[in-house]
Design a protein around this ligand. Structure first.
Ligand SMILES: [Zn+2]
Length: 447
């Protein structure tokens, strides 16, 4: 990717400045770094290890590295590039500079897993000290229930300090892990960060995050996105706060699900509903992920949900959700007497849209569902409908005013539809990239 290349050039320039052969524990302090850098592409220089007296200090799990978070390798999960602490509560990772250093922003890459919060800081703050004994909290860095793998802390005002430390009051997993920490001199420093996305689990089980990984695998098959970063997340943790923290995700994918909507807790979907209705992020929903977009759009989390099995036909609670058909009676969530679409089916393009660029008018893709979106919600339109032999009419819908797509089919089950799946994914990533390239911070279009 072009941006990755730019980043590499900046890193090489920084390494050249500080001398790349110095020990990894060392820390480069360039007093005039900000001034020097103002003339080089507007990038702020990261404080990096450069001398034995300026080093990271921490108790470290065996085999892990106290200086790993400052090795310039942001995303590596290998032990020699990661600091893993020794306790669930009370771990500290400290950096001592040789002289007072100005800090305005901190990039923090959490967790020893590339995609989820495994061993990671959960409740924490950064603290500073002049003498290494008396410590002061940086209030702008206090985080409770951290959900983000990648976070940029922006201080309201810069601080000048000799010592800075991360104090972890509570960790996910056994102890906190840091993959990278970068200190920047300005509260507004440009922190280069390649576009990344969230793969959200629509499943009821908060632990089943792996259901989002096929989106990551498919995206990385697309030209220009081979190394893209992604975080998997449970839908109950997805909300406007998660989306607005820097570095902001480029888009979000929502997986399918297993339970009937009458069996699901509605409240965990509230944050998704808020982001959806704010039209503030490109999103893609597959199967259950598509159905829930339509449900949140039309009915929302504050009204009860039913399914066609428990529905009072005179008073349907979720008129936007139906089944393909039934072969007999069965309880909610028992799909043995439901008509399903499983395997490859033909789709037909109905409405021009960049998402179907370069696709033939009729194409094959994988389906696996018994439920369906019954009608097109207000403010949405249909892009793709069923082709010959398929049952479900509403195959891909899109909001009128933001690239938010609800697709009944599974592009992410791509083994037998590689060409079509990578084409749709490439189109979506390009659309999301272009949408993010211009500001969209106006008022929400829908109340
Ligand atoms: Zn039901």
């Amino acid at each position: 990717m072009k941006r990755q290349h730019m980043l590499n050039v900046v890193w090489i320039a920084i390494l050249y400045l500080i001398g790349a052969n110095q020990p990894a524990d060392c820390f480069a302090y360039e007093p005039n770094a900000e001034a020097q850098n103002a003339s080089t592409a507007g990038q702020a220089v990261v404080r990096r290890p450069a001398s034995a007296s300026e080093r990271a200090i921490a108790e470290t799990a065996e085999g892990y590295s106290v200086s790993g978070p400052m090795d310039g390798n942001r995303f590596s999960t290998s032990a020699n590039s990661v600091w893993l602490g020794t306790r669930k509560s009370g771990d500290v990772w400290q950096v001592t500079f040789s002289e007072p250093t100005v800090i305005g922003s901190i990039l923090q890459i959490n967790s020893d897993d590339p995609h989820r919060m495994a061993n990671a800081a959960r409740n924490y703050s950064w603290q500073i000290s002049d003498d290494g004994n008396e410590w002061t909290n940086l209030p702008d860095t206090i985080v409770r229930n951290e959900k983000r793998l990648f976070r940029i802390h922006r201080l309201k005002e810069t601080v000048t300090t000799k010592h800075i430390r991360l104090v972890v009051n509570l960790a996910y997993g056994q102890a906190p892990a840091l993959r990278e920490v970068e200190f920047y001199p300005s509260t507004a420093s440009i922190v280069p960060f390649d576009e990344w996305f969230v793969a959200v689990s629509s499943d009821e089980d908060p632990e089943n995050l792996a259901i989002g990984l096929p989106f990551v695998a498919l995206a990385r098959l697309c030209d220009g996105w081979t190394n893209t970063q992604a975080q998997t997340l449970w839908h109950g943790d997805f909300d406007p706060d998660f989306v607005s923290i820097e570095p902001r995700p480029m888009c979000a994918f929502f997986s399918g699900s297993y339970l009937e909507w009458c069996q699901c807790n509605r409240e965990p979907w509230r944050g998704v509903q808020e982001v959806l209705l704010s039209r503030s992020l490109p999103m893609w929903g597959s199967c259950g992920g598509a159905q829930v977009f339509a449900i949140l759009e039309e009915t929302g989390v504050d009204q009860p949900w039913d399914c066609p099995r428990c529905r009072n036909p005179d008073k349907p609670l979720l008129p936007i959700y139906s089944h393909i058909g039934h072969t007999g009676k069965s309880p909610c969530g028992d799909y043995s007497k439901c008509i399903g679409e499983r395997g490859k089916f033909q789709m037909k393009i109905e409405h021009a849209d960049p998402i179907v660029q370069d696709l033939p008018d009729v194409f094959e893709i994988v389906e696996s569902h018994i439920g369906q979106i019954n009608h097109v919600p207000n403010g949405w339109h249909r892009i793709i409908t069923k082709g010959p032999g398929a049952h479900t009419v509403n195959q891909c819908l899109r909001t009128d005013d933001c690239p938010i797509y609800a697709a009944q089919f599974h592009m992410e089950i791509y083994e037998s539809t590689m060409e079509t799946s990578t084409l749709i994914m490439s189109n979506f990533l390009r659309i999301a990239h272009e949408w993010n390239a211009v500001p969209h911070d106006g008022p929400p279009v829908i109340d």
